[in-house]
Design a protein. Structure first.
Length: 61
């Protein structure tokens, strides 16, 4: 799996939970983040694993 950037809140490692969608979780501070993409018709859908990891790794701290 691609390496994940650290938690933007505490700087510790995060894990990627896969339970129907992808959620980045920090066991240290309890933060949890998931991503969705908005489609042209205004509805939202879950990102796939690669899209989720890419979004996590390019976010601003």
């Amino acid at each position: 799996m691609e390496e994940l950037e650290v938690c933007p809140f505490c700087g510790k490692e995060v894990k990627l939970d896969e339970d129907g969608f992808y959620m980045f979780c920090c066991d240290n501070c309890g933060a949890g983040v998931s991503f969705a993409k908005v489609l042209a018709d205004g509805t939202a859908t879950d990102m796939d694993k690669k899209e989720s990891i890419d979004a996590w790794n390019r976010r601003e701290n």
